[in-house]
Design a protein around this ligand. Structure first.
Ligand SMILES: [Zn+2]
Length: 297
């Protein structure tokens, strides 16, 4: 009898896969590059990565986490900001099911990360886990008693909550949103506001580590608004655990002061009982989470 669920985490440049066994550990983990050239090349990269990990008669189902707007009921990726523009309304579930002949689920990667964080590592101990992913944009997911909270229309957009009157323009077109002040896009836009120069996030991070500079100021600004975002999340949901993930979570200059400051913004001392952590094994949480959407949504 098939025993495993295959988890597939599709990022902007990489795909990670792994098998999730009954005890909740990811094994046979693999990493593949994603060919961004066009819609077809992205799809081929995903299929190739699944083929490499797929073990016939052993894999019972496949869960795919992908950045962007996903109709999880139909398994259709409506749009994805990190993939080519032609990647729109892609019926990923149908395509993969036809090829591999096992049930497939597709969901937004932040939802997957939240499930992974709630079901692996220290997250297992807590009934209410909220996750924030700091990447190109901001993703969020809330897991209550092991299951994702999806809201009435399956759209919860914590990244577009207002935290300021002014900011660089958000990906949605508005200003003042958390995502416009704490994300990869925000990092480049804020640095450009301060210096007039364009730099990518890695270069800004490297400059900030060297000492006081516009890059350091950029990250300090983001950290200030991240603190507000974390405090807002705790005030709104009072989770047991708040987990920070995503590519930018590696920047301790960003996360460490934000976690400290968020605690000072909470109105009641008992709200400080919410534990805030940066996830240690990001790749594992993402892949496990992608696999978990097959059984926990
Ligand atoms: Zn927005």
């Amino acid at each position: 009898m098939a025993r495993y669920t295959l988890g597939v985490d599709v990022g902007g440049t990489k795909i990670r896969t792994g098998l999730l066994g009954t005890r909740g550990r990811v094994f046979h983990a693999q990493k593949f590059s994603l060919n961004q050239r066009n819609k077809r090349s992205v799809l081929n990269s995903i299929i190739k990565s699944i083929k490499s990990t797929f073990i016939k008669h052993e894999v019972a189902s496949i869960g795919i986490g992908i950045t962007g707007l996903v109709d999880h009921r139909k398994g259709v990726v409506e749009a994805s900001p990190n993939l080519p523009r032609s990647w729109k309304k892609v019926p990923l579930k149908k395509i993969v099911e036809r090829l591999f002949r096992v049930p497939v689920r597709v969901d937004n990667d932040a939802h997957c990360f939240a499930l992974g964080a709630a079901h692996t590592g220290s997250g297992k101990k807590y009934p209410v886990v909220m996750a924030l992913t700091l990447g190109t944009g901001i993703g969020a997911g809330l897991v209550i008693n092991g299951r994702l909270y999806r809201g009435k229309c399956d759209v919860t957009e914590f990244g577009h909550t207002m935290v300021a009157d002014r900011s660089p323009r958000c990906s949605c077109g508005h200003v003042g949103h958390l995502e416009a002040l704490v994300s990869g896009q925000a990092m480049s836009a804020l640095y450009r506001q301060f210096t007039g120069r364009r730099l990518n996030t890695f270069a800004i991070e490297a400059l900030a580590k060297r000492g006081p500079s516009a890059a350091r100021r950029t990250i300090a600004t983001m950290s200030h608004y991240l603190a507000i975002g974390l405090a807002n999340a705790i005030h709104a949901y009072n989770p047991d655990l708040l987990v920070i993930g995503g590519g930018l979570s590696r920047i301790s200059l960003l996360t460490r002061p934000a976690i400290k400051k968020a605690r000072t913004l909470l109105v009641y001392p008992r709200l400080k009982q919410t534990k805030i952590i940066v996830v240690k094994n990001l790749a594992e949480a993402n892949v496990a989470g992608a696999a978990l959407i097959c059984s926990h949504t």
